[in-house]
Design a protein around this ligand. Structure first.
Ligand SMILES: [Cu+2]
Length: 149
C-alpha cells in the first residue's frame, strides 16, 4: 500500500505541477488532448517536450490506459488532402524543445473505449531513448489551454 502512494506522488511530480528540484532530464509542458468526436474512437494529443540535458533524445513510444495503442503521427497536406502517417520517433535536441501541435506531429490515441470528455485528464506514458519513461496527464480540451509558464 505504501508503495502505491509513493508511485502516485511520483506521477503527480512528473506532470509538471509545482516547482521543486528537476530530477528528470526531460520534461513535458503544455500537454492536452482533444475530446473524442461522437462515434469516433480516436483522439489526438499534443505536448511540448523539453530536453534539459547535454544529449539529444528522442520520443520513441507512447501508451495510455485509455487507448488500445498510442501512435506517433505526422500530418501533412497533400494538395487539399490532409494525410497522417506514423513516424518511428520524434527527435528532441540537447538543450532544446519540440512542440507537437495541431497540423503537425501528434500523439494518436487509437481504440479509445471510453470517450475523452472535456475537463478530464488522460494519463500517458512517454518513452524516451535516454530519459526513459515520463508520465504525464493531459487535460482534455477543444483547443490548446493557455500556457502554464
Ligand atoms: Cu494522427
Amino acid at each position: 500500500m505504501k508503495k502505491m502512494l509513493v508511485l502516485a506522488a511520483f506521477a503527480l511530480a512528473a506532470c509538471g505541477v509545482g516547482g521543486g528540484p528537476q530530477t528528470q532530464s526531460l520534461h513535458v509542458e503544455n500537454g492536452w488532448a482533444t475530446p473524442t468526436p461522437g462515434g469516433v474512437n480516436v483522439s489526438a494529443g499534443y505536448v511540448t517536450l523539453v530536453n534539459d540535458s547535454d544529449t539529444a533524445d528522442a520520443l520513441i513510444a507512447a501508451n495510455s490506459t485509455r487507448a488500445a495503442n498510442v501512435d506517433l503521427h505526422e500530418m501533412n497536406m497533400s494538395g487539399a488532402i490532409m494525410q497522417m502517417r506514423s513516424v518511428a520517433s520524434v527527435q528532441v535536441p540537447a538543450h532544446g524543445s519540440v512542440t507537437l501541435e495541431p497540423g503537425g506531429t501528434h500523439l494518436m490515441f487509437n481504440g479509445v473505449a471510453t470517450p475523452f470528455a472535456e475537463g478530464e485528464r488522460i494519463p500517458v506514458q512517454l518513452t524516451f531513448e535516454h530519459a526513459g519513461v515520463v508520465s504525464v496527464d493531459l487535460p482534455v480540451s477543444r483547443a490548446a489551454p493557455e500556457h502554464q509558464h
